[in-house]
Design a protein around this ligand. Structure first.
Ligand code: FAD
Length: 385
């Protein structure tokens, strides 16, 4: 699957090379064989989460004292790339490990960290983050879900949609207004443990263009009682700032997957055009094929260098939101372009479900939309002009 010849970045230590190898073998043996079945059922087996936990592939960047593997973002990035190279685009594990768990690690009280992180690391808890609502996505300040004070705790009301891991998740960070009169400053992150939570209901597992076995779902909260310590941290109204300061990592996780999917598309295509023949020669021998793939390989190389640079800066704690937004927007736009150009070289077979390039094409589309649309990324970048 190594279609590119980019030197390994300095942050790719021996430890990470071993993790890469371990993740590659585990995913190929334990998850890839089930993808066809999961695509039909529209959801991965619950037990696969536990197996990922047992293999140490959940919460790799969480300190050992909280049950994680004690690594840093480089560990997450390596696992995310392997997931993409294996064609497991629908999996919600990068969000669980790289977004949900870090919110708890960064903003939770000591007691909250000890309560939730070890169980996220084993896969006993599956994480989700519920920001988007039927009426608002990009405009996060307009969320209507409320967490109103009631006795010693809160009561949560609202509905969310498009939530990754929505069917399996049993620890959901919900963006809610604790003070609707204050806009962003009245926003808080509420942690809902859904097992036996009264008033919590899962809606439909949504049918989608791609990510066939991602259990993207609607969620409903009707007078769900929460204890005071289900507010993440100790202070109300911090939610928006917490969301904003974790954005670089969220964007980089999407960029990890986009870069891995570009590599996979190229590798699949190069193999195919060497095999397939027309007019008495291999497709790769047509100058058009050579030029298209030469262009794709050049752009993919630039993408990987930029991606590796951003990961290195993030590990060093130096990645700013603007650069992370550039990575998310540019790499996912490029991912869509390259996957489309690769698919064309498969001819009609590229349109057939049984050819992985067709699934890659469908899966790639959402990368320009979720984790903040690429238009929102450009708005953010433009603010730095
Ligand atoms: C498969 C999938 C998984 C998802 N997983 C999650 C999840 O786990 N948790 C979660 O909370 N959400 C999730 N989402 C939701 C996703 O983050 C939102 O769909 C996304 O942020 C866009 O919001 P929206 O759909 O409401 O679009 P809108 O905000 O309605 O945007 C519609 C269009 O208008 C553009 N637009 C909006 N505002 C501006 C502006 N100011 N300037 C220029 N253009 C603008 C947008 O770029 C877009 O093109 C998921 C979505 C999908 C499809």
């Amino acid at each position: 699957m190594e279609a590119l010849n980019v030197p390994r970045p300095a942050w790719m230590t021996e430890d990470l090379t071993m993790l890469e190898d371990q993740a590659r073998r585990f995913l190929a043996a334990e998850l890839v064989p089930h993808v066809e079945r999961w695509s039909e059922t529209g959801i991965m087996d619950r037990s696969a989460w536990t197996r990922l936990g047992e293999a140490g592939l959940l919460c790799a960047g969480i300190p050992e004292e909280y049950g994680g593997a004690g690594g840093h973002f480089g560990h997450e990035a390596v696992i995310n790339r392997e997931i993409a190279l294996a064609g497991l685009d629908s999996i919600g594990a990068p969000l669980h490990s790289g977004i949900v768990a870090p919110y708890i690690l960064r903003y939770g009280t000591e007691e909250q960290k000890r309560r939730w992180l070890p169980r996220l690391a084993t896969g006993d808890l599956i994480g989700a983050i519920a920001m988007t609502e039927p009426g608002t996505g990009s405009d996060l300040q307009s969320v209507r879900t409320t967490a109103r004070r009631s006795g010693n705790g809160y009561v949560l009301n609202g509905s969310k949609t498009f939530i990754t891991n929505g069917q399996h998740a049993n620890l959901i960070i919900v963006v809610a207004k604790t003070d609707p009169s204050k806009g962003a400053k009245g926003t808080s992150l509420m942690v809902v443990e859904t097992d036996d939570a009264p008033g919590f209901r899962r809606g439909r597992k949504l049918k989608k263009l791609g990510l066939d076995w991602a259990d993207t779902s609607e969620l409903f909260f009707e007078d769900v009682p929460l204890r005071a310590d289900q507010l993440l941290g100790t202070e109300e109204g911090r939610g928006f700032a917490q969301l904003m300061s974790d954005l670089p990592q969220e964007r980089l996780i999407v960029a990890n997957a986009a870069t891995g999917m570009i590599e996979r598309a190229l590798a699949l295509t190069i193999a195919y055009v060497k095999e397939r023949r027309a007019f008495g020669k291999a497709i790769v021998e047509f100058q058009n094929t050579e030029f298209v793939l030469a262009e794709c390989k050049t752009e993919a190389t630039i993408a990987k260098v930029f991606h590796d640079h951003c990961v290195g800066r993030h590990i060093a704690g130096e990645l700013d939101t603007v650069t992370a937004s550039m990575a998310k927007y540019w790499l996912t736009d490029l991912q869509n372009t390259i996957v489309d150009r690769c698919l064309q070289l498969f001819g009609g077979y590229g349109y057939m479900d049984e050819y992985p390039i067709s699934r890659l094409y469908r899966d790639a589309r959402v990368f320009r939309i979720y984790a903040g649309t690429n238009e929102m990324m450009k708005l953010l970048i433009a603010r730095s002009l």
